[in-house]
Design a protein around this ligand. Structure first.
Ligand code: SAH
Length: 225
């Protein structure tokens, strides 16, 4: 699976993809993540990518030409399944969307800045708009990193223990059960006996009950769905 991320601050996206699971996925050749510097596609002398908003008001607006040039170039090289714009007014990212996207081949992600991007870029090129939550960040880079992380870890072969994504919160509509590791007794705070029993079916049953209980207590809305 390949991601092409278009950003005016490509440096912001170096570290998030250079560690742990995302790094391993790229080394294994399962995921390819390419960051494009939007300024490289600006034809103006000052390499500008923004301009004053029509109608006045505060903040700058990202212009069409650099985005159009970069998207057109990418589209001339391969077919894309989606052109995603990270935006607070998009559909809120959840595990179902991450699962859906993990089955795609090529995805372009646009990162906004300032007041956002010229609406016509959204009208002409964007096929999907995704928010990472009801709050406003200063740029689309962190949201893009969140989206790519959530999607890549779901691609088969990325996680070493194939089943571990399946038991994560939301994957089965439930929050995850609590987890413990050694020592079994920390100053009198003990690990639940059942986990030390070696009785796998009983442990699975306990975990399921804990997951349901936790979901009922913290996210009853998930049980209604
Ligand atoms: N004026 C815009 C916000 C601009 S914030 C509005 O009110 O909708 C600048 C950029 O940061 C956005 O274009 C978007 O790409 C990114 N961004 C900010 N918050 C985000 C969020 N919650 N989810 C996804 N992207 C976000």
């Amino acid at each position: 699976m390949r991601f092409d991320i278009i950003s005016v601050l490509p440096d912001l996206l170096q570290s998030p993809f250079a560690h742990s699971i995302l790094q391993r996925a790229q080394k294994k050749g399962i995921a390819e993540i390419v960051v494009h510097n939007l300024r490289d596609y600006s034809t103006s002398k000052q390499k500008s990518v923004d301009d004053y908003p029509y109608g006045g008001g505060s903040g700058m607006v990202m212009t069409i030409p650099p985005f159009a040039a970069c998207i057109e170039k990418l589209k001339s090289e391969r077919e894309y399944d989606e052109v995603i714009f990270m935006s607070p007014d998009g559909e809120t990212l959840n595990q179902a969307i991450a699962n859906q996207l993990s089955g795609k081949q090529n995805i372009i992600i646009l990162c906004g800045h300032y007041k956002g991007i010229d609406q016509r870029i959204r009208d002409i090129y964007v096929t999907r708009e995704i928010s990472i939550g009801d709050y406003v960040l200063s740029g689309g880079e962190l949201p893009a990193a969140v989206l790519v992380d959530a999607v890549v870890r779901l691609i088969p072969g990325v996680l070493s223990d194939e089943t571990s994504a399946l038991s994560d919160s939301f994957q089965d509509g439930l929050l995850d059960a609590p987890v413990y590791t050694r020592p079994a007794d920390w100053n009198g705070h003990k690990v639940p006996d059942i986990l030390l029993s070696g009785n796998t079916p009983e442990i699975e049953k306990w975990r399921f009950e804990q997951a349901v209980e936790r979901t009922r207590a913290r996210r009853p809305d998930l049980l209604d769905e």
